[in-house]
Design a protein around this ligand. Structure first.
Ligand code: SF4
Length: 404
């Protein structure tokens, strides 16, 4: 199984049409991923190359469509490029020697706005040498992170070395924030996972957060046990030492809490995912808004992908029922699915977001930022489900120090 895109570092190549983005992507990937052509605007859509880039690890190199494009599809391409800023972990702004336009200015404004680390790559130096003044200007804009190459003559490994050295310097913590159980368990600890295999479970496989949790345990040299609710109590009895932590699917939180001794540390997959992917403190705090939901409140339930609706769908069936039961009335609930966040975010009193397994951490954090900027609290499915079921303190207990 290859690393999911949502777990890969997204390196995005920005640059005016025909500045050489596709050639540079090909140079990094060492193969013809994009169509390279002298006709402006040949890359008609975003091209992504999934690869391992040692020592950075699993990455996606994204060749953005030129947002200065004026062809018929230009506005759609512009929209897509802007969405890319939201998932970009590291940006490379590709420029030509001695040419700095409104386009580059705009990219820098956006990169600073989204707080994206970046380097400037001066391409085509075989055709024209950049002036001292131009190089100085680039260094001052990119804080010294400037590369000079010619996509036609530079050796691939030289570019990759320059790129990975720069990324390692600018994103030194990249490898540290990918273990969802970091800080919660130590080698030889046991983690007991409760994962119902109901009609909603995919046939013959585990879902991504479960696989990630298993890998997280193995990476820490700890012990993982997976059971369904029916076998949970029996497993607790069989273990000589209680598990260090129990991690359950949020949907069976009531049963698991009921069957667990009061001193047993437990939490949910969604909460671990929120800690890995989101702004944990903001999302944890936001769930308390549920206490004060008024009759005219508007709640947005956001799912980051469009999936087939299940019979007992969490978003469309479980949340409405639980919210009505908890509030004593039915608040207005709107839904959004997929990569776009609605433009009228500020109209909502609360956003309840899914675990965002399809989004990168950067993308999810950008959603939290957009909501925070609009003054709207954003929590996630796992936290909201635990809150509405009355188990919020219990599932946050493992993180007391962190949240303080
Ligand atoms: S709705 Fe969210 S958590 Fe569920 S599969 Fe889609 S992205 Fe993942």
């Amino acid at each position: 199984m290859t690393t999911a895109k949502s777990e890969r570092t997204h390196i995005c190549l920005f640059g005016r049409t025909n500045v050489g983005k596709s050639s540079i992507l090909n140079l990094i990937a060492k193969q013809d991923v994009s169509i390279v052509s002298e006709i402006a605007g040949t890359t008609t859509d975003v091209v992504e190359k999934v690869m391992e880039l040692a020592p950075i690890g699993a990455v996606v190199i994204v060749d953005t469509a030129g947002i200065d494009d004026t062809s018929e599809l230009g506005s759609e391409r512009k929209r897509k490029t802007e969405l890319i800023y939201r998932k970009c972990d590291f940006a490379v702004l590709i420029v030509e020697p001695n040419k700095w336009t409104e386009y580059e200015e705009n990219v820098i404004v956006q990169l600073n706005h989204f707080d994206i680390k970046f380097a400037i790559l001066i391409n085509k130096i075989d055709l024209q040498q950049p002036s001292i003044e131009f190089i100085g200007k680039m260094h001052s804009i990119a804080n010294g992170y400037v590369m000079q190459i010619s996509a036609t003559t530079t050796v691939s490994t030289d570019l990759i070395n320059q790129l990975t050295t720069t990324i390692s310097k600018l994103l030194p913590d990249l490898a540290d924030d990918t273990n969802m159980l970091a800080g919660l368990i130590a080698p030889n600890d046991t983690v007991l996972f409760v994962t119902p295999i109901d009609t909603g479970a995919p046939k013959g496989r585990m879902i991504l957060p479960q696989v990630q949790a298993l890998r997280a345990v193995l990476d820490i040299n700890a012990i993982a046990i997976f059971v369904q609710v029916a076998e949970y109590q029996q497993t607790l009895r069989l273990l000589h030492t209680p598990p260090k932590i129990v991690v359950t699917d949020s949907q069976v939180i009531n049963e698991v809490v009921e069957l667990s001794p009061p001193e047993q540390l437990l939490t949910t997959f969604s909460i671990l995912l929120a800690r890995l992917k989101g702004d944990f403190a903001v999302e944890a705090r936001s769930a308390y808004i549920l206490k004060d939901i008024k009759k005219d409140a508007k709640i947005l339930i956001a799912e980051a992908c469009s999936h087939h609706q299940q019979k007992d769908d969490i978003a469309k069936v479980k949340f409405p029922k639980l919210l009505e039961k908890y509030c004593g009335f039915m608040p207005q609930i709107d839904y959004c699915n997929g990569r776009d966040f609605p433009a009228n975010i500020a109209d909502y009193n609360l956003i309840i977001h899914c675990g965002a397994c399809m989004l990168t951490r950067t993308e999810k954090l950008n959603r939290v930022r957009i909501a925070t900027d609009a003054g709207v609290p954003l929590t996630n499915f796992g936290m909201a489900l635990s809150f509405l079921n009355g188990h919020y303190d219990r599932v946050l207990e493992p993180f007391t120090n962190e949240l303080e």
